[in-house]
Design a protein around this ligand. Structure first.
Ligand SMILES: [Zn+2]
Ligand SMILES: [Zn+2]
Ligand SMILES: [Zn+2]
Length: 93
C-alpha cells in the first residue's frame, strides 16, 4: 500500500504508541468497552475502532478534524485515513 492515495500525511505528528496503553480514553471515562484500539496520529488520542459500540476514534476524527489514526493493536502498524477511507503504512522517518 502507498501513501499516494492520502493527502493528509502532512498532518501526522504522532507515530509512536504510548506505553502502556490504558485503553480507549472515552470508554474508560464512561465505563464502556471497546473491541480494538486506534491512536490519532495528529494528537495521540487513544480511541476505539469502528467495530466497537462507541466508535470513539471515528468520532474524534470527525469532531477534531484529525484525519488519520493508526492501529494501536500489538504487531499492527497500519494507519487509516477517515477522510480518504484508505489504509496505508507510514514509512519510518
Ligand atoms: Zn487522507
Ligand atoms: Zn471508546
Ligand atoms: Zn486527534
Amino acid at each position: 500500500m502507498s501513501q499516494a492515495e492520502c493527502g493528509h500525511v502532512d498532518q501526522i505528528s504522532v507515530t509512536e504508541l504510548p506505553v502502556p496503553i490504558a485503553g480507549c480514553e472515552d470508554c474508560l471515562a464512561m465505563g464502556s468497552r471497546w473491541v480494538h484500539l486506534r491512536m490519532c496520529m495528529s494528537c495521540g488520542k487513544i480511541g476505539c475502532c469502528d467495530s466497537s459500540p462507541n466508535r470513539h476514534a471515528n468520532g474524534h476524527a470527525q469532531e477534531a478534524g484529525h484525519p488519520i489514526a493508526r492501529s494501536a493493536e500489538p504487531g499492527e502498524d497500519w494507519s487509516w485515513c477517515y477522510v480518504d477511507e484508505v489504509a496505508f503504512v507510514v514509512d519510518p522517518a
